[in-house]
Design a protein around this ligand. Structure first.
Ligand code: PLP
Length: 415
């Protein structure tokens, strides 16, 4: 006879902070990433179970009534909550150091939910202008249709954030390091400005990953992720997450996501939760390799300029030291010449693949001016520092010497 899994008895209709606190608080983050959020069923499985279910059954009509009233703890419907999605949420919240995490279907769903749940018609948002293309579209295209105005600022200029505040400013938004220039925003300093004006500070932390940069202890109120990037890190599935306080969750985020339904599939949640077990290892190794590659590129005669937050030459090296554990996994560089020369290098690479994704175990290279940042005008591209000779490299898990060999043979074709 099979044992009946008894874990539903422990669950709330949404992921609960009670469950999140079950792991002893003195385990280091590395250990929590292996075990946190685990609730074994009666089968005693070693690995996390996958609950691929959209709904839940009740033992009686009375139990269903009690659960809807909130008197009985348990799941109701997977748009509201699912045990496998909760597992991923608890594990990421433990890593991020926030009370809550809500997992959604993509990074853009996370970013949109974080902003849309907080803003109403007439409100104003201030955002750093160096942004991921779709984030820029939400702020300058989607939200204005609902009466939300915006000001874009140079995120590195602290006085610009201060000056842009209006009486209706509700949100500050930035991405740091920024895509693809790898310029940095001083999270702690901007958080101070936001706090003084009672503004919610939302940070898109996809580029750094929670291993390299933890924005909550620096004062960010809400941290959004594309889990598609480093968290999955193996090119398998889309996912996103919003990390926040209990107060932001209950007042803004929970009612919004419950009814708009950007829900993450349990299958993707399972993939992402398992990927968190190796996140620290993967990202640390990728960042070590990225530093070696950035140093190699800086010395190369066919390369004009390298932007890597872990290099002393980075214009905001002091901020990098203050808020990042290392320089991260991305390197941007300009080859000598223009678009044709950048293309020649991309086309000559053998081990490194051409793709606009990032944070993957496979090293990926892209030409931002003609792909991810194609919709910007030439002038806007120049304003944030994206030239036609710029190449963005996401450093993967291959042997660093092989990556350097590949880059060297490709760059040697230029003059
Ligand atoms: C990829 C990315 C997103 C969007 O994430 P998706 O999972 O593709 O929806 C948002 N912000 C940044 C910084 C990204 O790199």
């Amino acid at each position: 006879m099979l044992h009946k899994p008894d874990l539903l008895d422990h669950h709330h209709s949404d992921s609960s902070p009670e469950q999140a606190s079950q792991t002893a608080p003195d385990w280091s983050v590395q250990s929590q990433l292996i075990h946190h959020g685990m609730e074994r069923s009666g089968f005693g499985e070693t690995a996390e179970a996958l609950y691929l279910t959209s709904g839940y059954v009740y033992t009686s009509a009375e139990q269903a009534e009690a659960r809807f009233k909130g008197d009985d703890q348990g799941y109701i419907y997977s748009r509201y909550g699912n045990p496998t999605v909760s597992l991923f949420e608890h594990r990421l919240a433990a890593l991020e150091g926030t009370e809550r995490c809500v997992a959604v279907a993509s990074g853009m769903a996370a970013m949109h939910a974080a902003l849309a749940c907080r803003l109403s018609s007439g409100d104003h948002i201030v955002a750093s202008k160096a942004l991921f293309g779709s984030c820029l579209q939400i702020i300058t295209g989607v939200l204005p249709r609902y009466g939300v105005s915006y000001t874009l600022v140079d995120g590195t200029d602290l006085s610009a954030w201060q000056t842009a505040i209006t009486p209706r400013t509700k949100v500050f938004f930035c991405e740091t390091p920024a895509n693809p220039t790898l310029s940095l925003v001083d999270i702690q300093a901007v958080a101070q400005i936001a706090r003084a004006a009672q503004i919610t500070f939302v940070v898109d932390n996809a580029f750094a990953s929670p291993v390299v940069q933890r924005a909550a202890p620096l004062g960010a109120d809400v941290i959004t992720y594309s889990a598609t990037k480093h968290i999955d890190g193996q090119g398998r599935c889309l996912g996103g997450a919003v990390c926040c306080s209990e107060a932001f969750f209950s007042e803004y985020l929970q009612p919004y996501v419950r009814h708009t339904g950007p829900s993450l599939s349990p299958f993707n949640a399972w993939t992402l939760a398992k990927a968190l077990e190796t996140l620290d290892l993967r990202v640390s190794r990728m960042a070590d390799s990225a530093l070696l590659i950035a140093e190699f590129l800086e010395e190369h005669s066919a390369v004009d300029r390298v932007s890597y937050p872990g290099l002393p030459s980075h214009p905001q090296g002091e901020i990098a030291k203050k808020q990042m554990r290392n320089g991260g996994t991305l390197v941007a560089f300009q080859v000598q010449g223009g678009k044709a020369d950048a293309f020649e290098v991309l086309n000559a690479l053998r081990l490194i693949k051409i793709s606009n994704n990032l944070g993957d175990s496979k090293s990926l290279v892209t030409h931002p001016a003609t792909t991810t940042h194609r919709v910007l005008s030439e002038e806007d591209r120049w304003a944030v520092g994206i030239s036609s000779s710029m190449v963005r490299l996401s450093v993967g898990l291959e042997a660093p010497q092989d990556l350097i060999t590949d880059l060297d043979q490709a760059l040697s074709r230029l003059g």
